[in-house]
Every structure is written in structure tokens, then in C-alpha cells.
Design a protein. Structure first.
Length: 448
């Protein structure tokens, strides 16, 4: 529940429109709650000079699950009591208009007043079971992060080691969240610094070292499972995947890697076949096989859920691009997130807009698409860009272009061709693979 308001920048006097939120219902809009808790409700940056501006405006906060109704009246707008009550009454009307009648309860007639935004945030956190101790710990983490960020690189190792005991999963997670918030606030430069510091903190701390070792072991497992999948080959049947899963049986990490790498192999038919196989197995083996089936079912559900999250995030990013007045800028800021998942969500949206005949949306999406593709192309290594161009030309033209340019690229082009070859092979792009093989031969001959 938000409205537009015209405000004036206190620094440069530039007038601009800002979104003001006055009623936040935690159940209806959990993201608004998250914005409130991170101090991002009713604060905007002046589009002209970047000065952060806090809009002093009353807020009503409601969380039905906690029976919590809070009202924040900023001290910047002191109102006589009767007028205050009118403001609260208006906000209540706005809130209750959205709620079903049976949701009205006693606590709703007597909202608690918060005198400061911080007070409001603390009350909400306490109702969520976040104790003052936990809040203090979090403040301490933020303070320490700021200290690390302002420490020169050559001294950081010793400063991290002095604080070694304070560095744990929550600490590193707080840094990730900080970086995320900076990106959302339009400061990807600071986000980069936070992530670079996080990387060093991980390298210098005992917890970070342990974590990196775990990751290394995990990567090794994924690699060895990928090798096993490669060994059963491209023509592998569901039965071969079942054999592999049964071989891993008690090794949860290996099973997880297997499902993650080859999710499509574990479809409904796979489970039917496995069930039949369990039925036909000797009685003394059935329990173990059933345990494997149970694990595989849980893992497929988990992978699907993660996949859904990735798609949701990509869709949210696309939405903010469509809404942005400056597509180029927002694409630029989000370059690291323009991955395969994002591209497939974008293409699906373009197709859907065309299908439903939504011309305006479809034009906007194409603008996003062009900007994204241009940015990705600009950021490609020159060798990759060249190979990409070659693959999109007719065969003869491509061979001519290669002959003309091979001397400029030299050996690195062959190496890049091998990397592209691997990617194409993993995607089963047969005809492109053939074309690439021909070009590679030409390139090798030309360089000899
Ligand atoms: Zn300004």
C-alpha cells in the first residue's frame, strides 16, 4: 500500500516523485516488512544529486500472526493529539479495508505507538523472537565488517586473526546480505568492495579456511560423479542411473551431486522402474533399495525447489528492468546475474507477450533483450566474440573470415574453440559442433 508523493531534495532543491508507504501488512507483503526492517521504507535517493532523503511520514504496521499493530508517528511532524488520532484512524481504515471482517480482533483497536523508526523495528524483531542480545550481536557484526572494510589490505590478515573467534557462518552471511542491499540501493561499487573483503576474511579466518576445505571436497565429489555419468555415456538408460544411485547408496553427498547433475533422468518413469526393480529384488535387499528411492525422491524435490527459486529471482530482476526508466543502467548494474536462467525467463516472457498480443510489453521486453545481449557481447573475450560471430555466419563466409583473422588471434583462439566445443557438446548442439570442428581444423592448419 503505497502512494506517490512529490518531495523536494534538501540538498539540491530538485523536486521529484517518491513512493511513500504508509500501511505495511506483514502477511500480505512480506517484502515490505523486509524493507522496513532494513531501514529502506520511505528513504529514497535524490535522482539528481544522490542525497539520501528520509520522508517523515506516519506508518502503520500490522502482523496478524503476532497480533501486532504498531503505529509510527515521526517526530518531524508534531501533530496535536486530535489530529494524530485522525491520521491513525485514516491508516486503520486503509488497513481494515484490505482485511476480511473476521480478522478484526481486540488488539486492532489499540495500536501501540512507536516514537522512532528504530523503536518500531526493535518491537517487530522482538515479536519475531529476535532478542536484544541477538540484535546486539548483529550490530557488533556490522561494526566489525565496517572495521574490516576500512582496514588497508596489507593489515587485514592480522586484524582478521585478532577477531578470528567472531567469524562464523552468520558473519559471512551478514556480509553477503550487505552486498545484496548495496546492489538494490544502486551502489554495485560498494557491493563489490564488500564481496572482495568477504573473500579475504574467508581466506584469513579459521572458519573460512574450514569452509573452503569443505567446498573443495564437495567440488571433488561433483567432479567424480560427473566422471561416472560420462562413463555410462550419452546413450545411458534410466536403469544405468539407478545402478549408479544404488552404488552410491549411503553416500548422501554423491547422491545429491548425481541428482543435481542429471535431474531429467530422475523422472516419473525412473521411479516406476525403480519400484518394479525393488519388488523383484531378493527380500533382504529391499529395505536398502527403498531407502535409496526415498533419498532420491527427497533430492529431486529439493533440486526442483532450488530451480524454482532461481527462476523467481530471475523473474523479479526482469520485472525491475521493465519498470526501470533507464534500462541500460540497470542491465549494467546486474551484469553478474545475467545467466542462463535469466535469459530463458526473458525469452519465455517475450514469447508470452507476443502470444497474448501485448504490444507495449513486448516492445519493452525486446528493448531489455537487446540491451542484455549487447552488454554480454561487449563483455565477451575477443576470442569468444569472434567464435560466436563465426558460428552465426554461413559456412563459406565463416571459413573466409577465419582465414583473414587467424593471424591476429593465434593459439588462444584454438584454446577458446576447445572450451566452446565442451559447452556445445554438453548442450547436445550437433550441427554447431560439426561446424566448429571444421573451423578448428582450418585454424590449426593456418597456424602451423
Ligand atoms: Zn538532490
Amino acid at each position: 500500500m503505497a502512494r506517490q508523493m512529490n518531495i523536494q531534495c534538501p540538498n539540491c532543491r530538485n523536486p521529484f516523485n517518491a513512493v511513500v508507504e504508509s500501511v505495511i501488512d506483514a502477511t500480505a507483503d512480506p517484502q515490505a516488512k523486509a524493507r522496513l526492517l532494513t531501514g529502506r521504507v520511505n528513504t529514497v535517493s535524490c535522482p539528481n544529486c544522490g542525497t539520501p532523503v528520509t520522508i517523515a511520514s506516519p506508518i502503520l504496521y500490522h502482523d496478524a500472526s503476532k497480533e501486532l499493530l504498531l503505529v509510527f508517528m515521526p517526530m518531524e511532524v508534531p501533530l496535536p493529539k486530535p489530529q494524530q488520532e485522525k491520521v491513525i484512524g485514516d491508516l486503520m481504515k486503509e488497513l481494515t479495508a484490505r482485511l476480511p471482517k473476521e480478522a478484526m480482533k481486540g488488539y486492532m483497536f489499540n495500536p501501540k505507538q512507536a516514537l522512532t523508526m528504530q523503536g518500531m523495528i526493535e518491537t517487530i524483531l522482538q515479536a519475531d523472537g529476535v532478542t536484544p542480545d541477538m540484535m546486539n550481536e548483529q550490530r557488533e557484526r556490522v561494526r566489525l565488517i565496517e572495521q574490516f572494510m576500512s582496514t588497508p589490505d596489507d593489515l587485514l590478515e592480522s586484524v582478521v586473526q585478532q577477531n578470528d573467534a567472531k567469524i562464523d557462518a552468520q558473519f559471512l552471511q551478514t556480509m553477503s546480505m550487505m552486498a545484496q542491499r548495496m546492489v538494490q540501493d544502486g551502489r554495485p561499487d560498494i557491493a563489490q568492495q564488500v564481496l572482495a573483503t568477504q573473500q579475504m576474511v574467508a581466506e584469513f579466518s579459521s572458519f573460512g579456511k574450514q569452509l573452503m576445505e569443505q567446498n573443495r571436497v564437495q567440488e571433488e565429489i561433483v567432479r567424480s560423479v560427473a566422471d561416472d555419468i560420462q562413463t555410462i555415456g550419452a546413450g545411458a538408460q534410466r536403469k544405468d542411473f539407478a545402478d549408479l544411485a544404488i552404488r552410491y547408496a549411503a553416500d548422501e553427498q554423491r547422491l545429491q551431486a548425481l541428482v543435481g547433475l542429471a535431474r531429467p533422468a530422475f523422472d516419473a518413469q525412473f521411479f516406476q522402474e525403480l519400484t518394479a526393480r525393488i519388488g523383484a529384488a531378493p527380500a533382504d535387499q529391499r529395505d536398502a533399495l527403498e531407502a535409496v528411492r526415498e533419498q532420491l525422491m527427497q533430492l529431486t524435490a529439493m533440486v526442483d525447489q532450488q530451480q524454482q527459486l532461481v527462476v523467481q529471482e530471475a523473474a523479479a530482476l526482469l520485472q525491475s528492468m521493465i519498470n526501470s526508466p533507464d534500462i541500460e543502467a540497470i542491465v549494467d548494474e546486474n551484469l553478474p546475474y545475467l545467466d542462463d536462467a535469466f535469459m530463458s525467463v526473458l525469452t519465455a516472457n517475450i514469447q508470452e507477450a507476443q502470444r497474448t498480443g501485448n504490444i507495449q510489453l513486448s516492445a519493452r521486453l525486446k528493448q531489455v533483450y537487446e540491451s542484455v545481449v549487447n552488454k554480454l557481447r561487449d563483455n565477451m573475450q575477443p576470442e569468444l566474440k569472434f567464435i560466436n560471430d563465426l558460428l552465426s555466419m554461413p559456412d563459406d563466409e565463416a571459413r573466409t573470415a577465419l582465414a583473414e583473422n587467424i593471424a591476429d588471434f593465434g593459439q588462444p583462439l584454438i584454446e577458446m574453440m576447445d572450451a566452446v566445443q565442451e559447452i556445445l557438446a554438453s548442450r547436445g548442439e550437433g550441427s554447431l559442433l560439426e561446424k566448429l570442428a571444421t573451423l578448428r581444423q582450418d585454424a590449426v592448419q593456418a597456424l602451423e
